[in-house]
Design a binder for this molecule. Structure first.
Ligand SMILES: Nc1ncnc2c1ncn2[C@@H]1O[C@H](COP(=O)(O)OP(=O)(O)OP(=O)(O)O)[C@@H](O)[C@H]1O
Length: 245
């Protein structure tokens, strides 16, 4: 049984069909990338999966349980974590306090326990030295890593990442890739990655799902997707060299 399964997902914004009858499934511990040209519907699909945007049609199941109408908080508690395209850390809180807001999704813990758990999460990501720092004092790359740490602090079973490499330098991208690989293996965590950095996608993903104008136009291994004429045509439409496929 797939850990995450969405079937027949459609989303209409007024006259625009942003998603059209999308099926997607993710297995436990699997690394799936969701790619497609700008405006293809990737973020909308993530928003539907996490409950930020209600679908016009379709069903979503997490570990066999229907979550189509569950609140975003209920989905987080059920094991669905995410990061956002533009980071959403609490600017007035310290690094550790931000991570504590993730740990706090686990009920029945004292403030002290939450702090210890958050510190352990930061240590796991090599960020412990920043624990008491203000969010605003971090480099952009480190603040994105804190956002990832906070998402992991919820102990998700499926992690949805919206362009985690955007704005990172090449060293930071390498570091992020190493960590994501380790996290997915160690925790048997399923990851769905939206990313425009095709080098990263091709190196990390076991399976790639390609959207274009709200429809799924291809799905398969990185090698199969790279050679798929429909994928090449979709990217050629917006500039082949930009896509980097
Ligand atoms: N809240 C909204 N209201 C109206 N239209 C929207 C809304 N959110 C997204 N759209 C439209 O839906 C389509 C899909 O957008 P979406 O952001 O999901 O694409 P994307 O594949 O994530 O693009 P990008 O790679 O540029 O982030 C676009 O045409 C977009 O303008």
């Amino acid at each position: 049984m797939s850990i995450l399964r969405a079937e027949g997902i459609s989303k209409r914004f007024g006259g625009l069909l942003a998603l059209s009858d999308i099926d997607i499934r993710v297995e436990e511990g699997e690394f799936v990338a969701l790619i497609g040209p700008n405006g293809a519907g990737k973020s909308t699909l993530l928003n539907v999966l996490t409950g930020l945007t209600p679908p016009t049609a379709g069903h979503i199941a997490l570990d066999g349980r229907d979550i189509t109408h569950a609140s975003t908080h209920a989905r987080v508690r059920a094991g669905l974590g995410r990061t956002f395209q533009r980071g959403r850390l609490f600017g007035r809180l310290s690094v550790i306090e931000n991570v504590m807001t993730g740990v706090a999704n686990r009920p029945g813990r004292s403030g002290r326990e939450l702090r210890e758990l958050a510190r352990a999460q930061l240590a796991r990501m090599g960020l412990e030295r920043f624990a008491e720092h203000a969010i605003g004092s971090l480099s952009y790359g480190n603040s994105r890593m804190v956002e990832l740490t906070r998402a992991l602090a919820c102990e998700p079973r499926v992690l949805l990442l919206d362009e985690p490499a955007a704005g990172l330098n090449s060293g930071e991208v390498e570091d992020l890739m190493t960590r994501l690989r380790a996290i997915s293996t160690e925790r048997r965590l399923a990851i769905v990655l939206i990313e425009h950095n095709m080098g990263m996608v091709m190196r990390l993903a076991q399976r790639i799902v390609v959207l274009n104008f709200g429809s799924r136009i291809a799905e398969g291994t990185p090698a199969a997707v790279q050679a798929d004429p429909a994928v090449l045509a979709a990217y050629l439409g917006e500039g082949f060299s930009h896509a980097g496929l």
